[in-house]
Design a protein around this ligand. Sequence first.
Ligand code: SF4
Length: 293
Amino acid sequence: MRIRPLEVGTALTAFFDLQATDSAFRHTCHPQMSEIGWNAYLSFLERKKLAPFEPRENNGRAHVSFVAGPVGFNCDLAVWFAMSCFEEESPPTDSEMYVWKQLMRCFAIGHAMEEELYQWVTPALEIYYAPRGIEITRMDFEWPIFRDKPHLAGDKELLAGTADVRFEYVEKGNLRVGVVDFKSTSVGRADKRSRTTGIEAEAEYVRQVSTYLEPIEADWGALVYWIKQWDHGFQQAEVERRPGYYQKTIRRLDGIYGDVAVARPSPATPGSHCRKCPFRGACQEVTDMHVGA
Ligand code: SF4
């Protein structure tokens, strides 16, 4: 039986509307705050979050966001680099620094906004769903996907990841588990995502949340987008369970892990995704080695 996800985006919008008379709330986060207030808020977040370059942690596991992303999803060699302990991303060069900083600023604002939602989502869901007979019984943030799952210890050696929010609720006497990932978005991308048939989420985000559902044993998953510009609304896209998808991902990572263990590069699949690959330099070296051999 299909279990319908809770409407987290609608609950958050309703919660914001409820706070419209609270001036403290309004000045920090209400969606109807002025553009100047909003820009000040963004620059505050930027100061708080912008950090120097640090290579991603490299511990022999692949991160879900990379495996589900266009590069990791399409190319085993890129995942092989991500899992290999001897290869790390290089810091941006001087000529790349300007663009890199812009990108980091954009990510920092997005991450800060997503974290801001953590403090509002619990009261938003409680207020919205209590009159509808649904009781929120537990909320957890940054939930590691293998937490409390000793039988998946082998998978944990291959894959790392956390879901933004995992929550439990009781609906008509049944305990349900939902998983939500928050994403910030621009008005332009939000418009593109809207279709007459509903919200069309990016394939990489859908794959990311799909991967969480099985190890977490969630009944459903959803992506909730917070629009950064006026009118700061929300979009929500459901992520259904995909039977077999998680196992297929683990089998693939297991094969790549075997290649890492014997220092044999996994097969490369070049394509348009190479433009976004952080391992282009290392890939070229591997290719040159093969040509030389
Ligand atoms: S540059 Fe392209 S082919 Fe090489 S590892 Fe990256 S994605 Fe794969």
